[in-house]
Design a protein around this ligand. Structure first.
Ligand SMILES: C[S@@+](CC[C@H](N)C(=O)[O-])C[C@H]1O[C@@H](n2cnc3c(N)ncnc32)[C@H](O)[C@@H]1O
Length: 177
């Protein structure tokens, strides 16, 4: 099991995200990821739920958002937002890797600002590959890594290939094995 950050650090990070999200609304990033109505989306390392409301609205009632995080405070926060905003299409998962989702069931994975903190990133990539549908998209960003590091880390295992680049993200497509 990966280590969680302290509650203090999590709260500090969540506070900082309020400013980040005010100046750069997360909806713009989701549009770069190609999110669509009816999509089943996994937000891996969802943190305090910055993407949650926009994602839940964009996929609509026929879609689903699975918000996964290792930190119990993230799960608590996401559940609170979902209840307050009556987002009926949100499911939380408290985990450090395993999603318990069926094979080939997810259209889009958001892996934003989380990869650098994974102790076993390849295990997580294998799990994301397992649950993505054929043609499914892994949308990636991590400001702790440069472009070469990102492309190398995601493509090298042979599970994903580069698909397209947005202003703030890289989209990879699942390689069928
Ligand atoms: C910097 S935050 C990013 C949150 C969100 N993706 C965003 O961009 O607003 C990284 C999140 O990844 C979570 N995390 C770290 N290691 C993890 C792991 N092995 N599995 C799941 N979540 C993890 C942390 O608890 C934290 O909430």
């Amino acid at each position: 099991m990966d280590e969680t950050m302290s509650d203090f650090h999590f709260k500090l990070m969540s506070f900082g995200f309020k400013f980040r999200d005010f100046f750069k609304p997360r909806k713009n990033i989701l549009e770069q990821a190609g999110i669509k109505p009816g999509f089943h989306v996994l937000d891996y390392g969802c943190g305090p739920g910055s993407y949650l409301t926009a994602a839940a609205e964009l996929v609509g009632k026929s879609g689903k958002i699975y918000a996964l995080d290792i930190h119990p405070l993230a799960i608590q926060k996401v559940n609170t937002i979902a209840a307050k905003k009556r987002l009926s299409n949100v499911v939380t998962i408290n985990s450090d890797c395993k999603t318990w989702l069926p094979d080939n069931s997810i259209d889009l994975v958001l892996l934003y600002d989380t990869f650098h903190s994974l102790s076993d990133p390849n295990r997580v990539l294998e799990e994301l590959h397992r649950i993505l549908k054929t043609g499914g998209i892994l949308s990636f960003s991590d400001h702790h890594m440069n472009e070469n590091e990102i492309l190398h880390a995601v493509i090298n295992g042979g599970l994903f290939k580069f698909f397209e680049e947005g202003k703030e993200i890289y989209n990879f497509i699942k390689e069928d094995q």
